[in-house]
Ligand binder design. Sequence first.
Ligand SMILES: [Zn+2]
Length: 73
Amino acid sequence: MRTQPYPTTSSQPATTSQPAIPARPAPALHLLHGLWIASCPSCGFQLATARSQQRCERRSARRLCPACHQDGS
Ligand SMILES: [Zn+2]
């Protein structure tokens, strides 16, 4: 029987074992009146809004800023 240590996701951030990071920068998140808003870090275009930070991150991660990607990726 093999004993594997459980990955701890609480305190220490994994710095070396992360999967491929997308080239585009992460959207900027703002908490405004209890609503999370993800906006483009370059131009500030609002990409997504959500009640929770995680949802906002997921929604905005799937979106490309239409202002910064007009010419098609
Ligand atoms: Zn943009």
